[in-house]
Design a protein around this ligand. Structure first.
Ligand code: FES
Length: 134
C-alpha cells in the first residue's frame, strides 16, 4: 500500500471535487451567453412566416420575428436559462417552452427563471429583403 503526503492527498481530493463540480454543473448551470457571435444573412419577407405580423422563424441560431406593429426584430433563439429554443407570441414576447421565461422584443427579461438578456441582432429592411446582422 502506497502512502501519500498530506499535500498529495489535498491535491487529489481538490482535483476530484473540481471534476465532480464540472460534471454536475455542465447540464444545469445558468448560461451566461447565447447565440452566435457573428450573424449575417438575408430573408425574403414577401411570403412565409415573416409575411404577416406576429410571424417568426429561426435561422442560424437566431429567431427573427415580425411584431404586431409590423417591425422586425432578431434575437438569439437559445434561452439564457438552460438552452431551450424560444418561440414568439402574438403579444410581442419571446417565450421559452421549457420553464416559461419571457423576453421583450429587445431581448430583455420580462420574467424568469433567468435574469440574463438575449443577444440582440440588427435588422434592416430593403423592399422585401430583410438583412439580419451582428
Ligand atoms: S430553458 Fe428554462 S426557461 Fe428557458
Amino acid at each position: 500500500m502506497k502512502t501519500i503526503t498530506r499535500k498529495e492527498f489535498i491535491e487529489q481530493v481538490g482535483l476530484g471535487a473540481a471534476v465532480l463540480f464540472l460534471a454536475t454543473c455542465a447540464g444545469s448551470c445558468k448560461k451566461t451567453s447565447t447565440g452566435p457571435a457573428s450573424v449575417n444573412f438575408t430573408l425574403d419577407v414577401s411570403s412565409g412566416a415573416l409575411a404577416t405580423n406576429g410571424g417568426y422563424l429561426i435561422q442560424s441560431g437566431v429567431i427573427v420575428a415580425r411584431t404586431s406593429m409590423g417591425s422586425f426584430v432578431a434575437v438569439s433563439a437559445t434561452c439564457t436559462h438552460a438552452g431551450g429554443t424560444l418561440g414568439f407570441s402574438g403579444s410581442n414576447t419571446f417565450v421559452c417552452p421549457l420553464h416559461g421565461a419571457t423576453f421583450n422584443t429587445g431581448g430583455a427579461v420580462i420574467s424568469g427563471p433567468t435574469s440574463t438578456a438575449l443577444q440582440k441582432y440588427n435588422t434592416a429592411l430593403s423592399g422585401n429583403s430583410l438583412h439580419v446582422y451582428s
